[in-house]
Design a protein around this ligand. Structure first.
Ligand code: 5SP
Length: 229
């Protein structure tokens, strides 16, 4: 996984057909997804339950790009090795999930995975300033985590501040929640490069009508890239 700051679209499979993950992953990748975003929720850190390591392991053979696993769980550390074994490429933990994010990021990197740190909308950029040398990705939540299909919360000032703090480090800024062609330009202009989109990618499409996914991915990408040229 080489670092670059081009716009990457990471569909969240939280909006996919849960009875058909293999084909859904293949469809979004064939239709232009750069990464595949997997939302892990524990019913404790967030009020919803989704996948665990066995599901991530089952997704692995279908993902040909980058499997980007977002842990909305607490605690994190006891499960890091299980997600490495399951085949995650990027593993992101929340800075609010425990008192030892520094240790968590070191433990993630020690497995060979890329390490991400996520911030809830209420958490300031400064909460991760001391972690920037240990992280490959900062995920800025633009909804309160737990569910797809929520309204975008404007975090562009936080994204700008983070990009300034990151400087020339090779750190991605990922945006997660309510990303669509109307919100993507705001965050791209502020310095984000990885755009997670669930509803905006999967709406109107299916594995038997996958070109809609392609249209949706292209619409988000074009809106984001449009402000960079
Ligand atoms: O992590 C989350 C929600 O907690 C996200 O990944 C959502 O799944 C994105 O969905 P949309 O807001 O794009 O529908």
């Amino acid at each position: 996984m080489n670092f670059d700051r081009s716009i990457k679209i990471a569909p969240s499979i939280l909006s996919a057909d849960f009875a058909n993950f293999g084909q859904e992953i293949q469809a979004i990748e064939t239709q232009g997804a750069d990464w595949v975003h997997v939302d892990v929720m524990d019913g404790h850190f967030v009020p919803n339950l989704t996948f665990g390591p066995p599901a991530v392991k089952a997704f692995r053979p279908h993902v040909k790009t980058v499997m980007d696993v977002h842990l909305m769980i607490s605690p994190v550390d006891p499960y890091i090795q299980a997600y490495a074994d399951a085949g995650a490429d990027v593993l992101t933990a929340h800075v609010e999930a425990g008192p030892h994010s520094h240790r968590t990021l070191q433990a993630i990197r020690a497995t060979g995975m890329k390490a991400g740190i996520a911030l809830n909308p209420g958490t300031p950029a400064e909460a991760v300033e001391h972690l920037l040398d240990l992280t490959d990705l900062v995920c800025v939540m633009t909804v309160n985590p737990g569910f797809g299909g929520q309204k975008f919360i404007d975090m562009t000032a936080k994204v700008r501040r983070l990009r300034q703090m990151i400087g020339d480090r090779p750190v991605h800024i990922e945006i997660d929640g309510g990303v669509d062609p109307s919100t993507a330009p705001l965050v791209a202009a502020a310095g984000a490069d990885v755009l997670v989109a669930g509803s905006a990618v999967f709406k109107g499409g299916s594995v038997s009508n996958p070109s809609v996914y392609g249209d949706n991915i292209r619409a988000v990408r074009a809106a984001a890239e449009g402000v960079l040229n």
